[in-house]
Design a protein around this ligand. Sequence first.
Ligand code: HEC
Length: 127
Amino acid sequence: MIIVRSVAAVAMFATVAGAYAADPLADAEMTKLASVSGCLTCHSIESGKPGPNGMAPIGPAWQDVGKQYAGKPGAGEFLTRIVLEGSSPYSSHWKGKVSGLSMPPNAVAITEGNARRLVDWILALGK
Ligand code: HEC
């Protein structure tokens, strides 16, 4: 009986995996992953939020990132590499729109798998 129940639980989980809350902005699990990975010290999730002390935000709001890369082939792979390895201040993608010049590498703080999960969520925010 216990075995049957856990099989059912696994099957339920499998159907839910990959889907976000009805409103992706309110996805508690992804918000928590972003928070424990240190991303939210520089990024807001929703567009139009001020940065620390009311200054321009350090990094782009993830909703804006999602819109910017919406429908671009390979965006998931491309952004995952940037998250892990950092961005170059010499070829800034958000120049003039944010106060940070570049993003430091995050590979010390997050695994590749979790970085990809966050990027997939960020892309879903732009839909
Ligand atoms: C120290 C501040 C800082 C932290 C921490 C940080 N970022 Fe960033 N992030 C930035 C800045 C600044 C940019 C804009 C870079 C540019 O203009 O090319 C950026 C850009 C991005 C982009 C868009 C990249 C592009 O080329 O368009 C994504 C996606 C992103 N960050 C995700 C993350 C994730 C996921 C984490 C946590 C694992 C994270 N960031 C942590 C500062 C940060």
